[in-house]
Design a protein around this ligand. Structure first.
Ligand SMILES: [Zn+2]
Length: 103
């Protein structure tokens, strides 16, 4: 059996599904375990390590991957690659910056 039209279309379909999966995984399906999240936020003093905002300022704190998971998937579950950022900093950072803001 040689790759005919039918196979070609199927391949195209699967490729599309695969790239959708990749896109979804870039947004990260992995969640930092809650106990680790708590520990990190406690260590940061409950502050965003970049702007210093706290939950009292009405921000939501996130665990950010210092080196983006999209370019460093192997670091997704590595605690040394996690830092506390507020919602705004996390969203503003995008995936192009890998500065470690922790002291
Ligand atoms: Zn911030």
């Amino acid at each position: 059996m040689y790759a005919g039209e039918d196979v070609f279309y199927k391949k195209g379909f699967f490729h599309e599904v695969a790239s959708m999966e990749a896109e979804r995984s870039q947004r990260s399906t992995f969640n930092v375990p809650l106990n680790k999240r708590y520990q990190l936020i406690r260590e940061s003093g409950g502050r965003c390590v970049l702007c210093g905002a706290t939950a009292k300022d009405g921000v939501k704190l996130h665990i950010d991957h210092i080196k983006p998971v999209s370019t460093n998937p192997e670091l997704e579950r590595d605690p040394s690659n996690w830092q506390v950022l507020c919602n705004d900093c996390n969203r503003g950072k995008s995936n192009n910056c890998d500065i470690d803001w922790r002291e």
